[in-house]
Design a protein around this ligand. Sequence first.
Ligand code: BGC
Length: 251
Amino acid sequence: MKNKLFSVDVGATGTKAAIVDVKKGKLLTERIKYPTPDNAGPEDIARLIKQLMIDLDYQGKSMGIGFPSIIHSGVCKSAVNVSDRFIGVNLEDYFSQETSCRCFCVNDADAAGLAELHFGAVKNAQGTVLLLTLGTGIGSALFRDGVLVPNTEFGSLHYKDGITEHYAANSARKRKEQSWETWGNELNEVLQYFERIVSPDLIILGGGVSKKLDNYKSYLHTDATLIPAQHLNEAGVIGAGLYARMQLKKL
Ligand code: BGC
């Protein structure tokens, strides 16, 4: 089994890649990031991935891709923060054909969650664990005794007059020009709403803004223990590679 895999984290605003040691959960190269073009479609993302492969001189045969949508058997089933031209596209087939590499695709938050549970502070955590990524959207990864329940999409749950991520993602904080206190209180409402649904034992906050948890932690009052992700922004990249390794092992 090859342990070095090219791993991509496609985001609504930025697309990142690195070569990852998927056995140790460590980046073997720098992590390169390009802005994701507005309303990027399949061909734009394929172009970015091919450029990132060239930049990192990747010669391997497989790769993992974290992608911000529901992904069912490789097929993109939703498009909240990406172009709706992705809906119905078999991302694994499409990117494999474009890159001449075997591509394995997973929801980006599920990828981040896999990385945290395999290599993070909560390695092998038992019980119900909910990892949330706070960025342009809210990504969610739900685990029960270490087993992933994929595609939970808590950021798309209806809340007030919209969906939770439009209310309390980090992009909502910026858009509404909120103080840490105001945003912290709104995020707290949403976390408590999520708690009502799955009663987690542990909530892990990821995404860039989790680095600043000290600024808003005092406004968050959850029953579950709440901690920042250990891999912060790298979790998505590491987890995409890990997911590919898990799929390759099944073949
Ligand atoms: C998407 C999710 C994704 C999250 C974080 C949301 O807009 O619907 O699939 O996990 O953003 O990127």
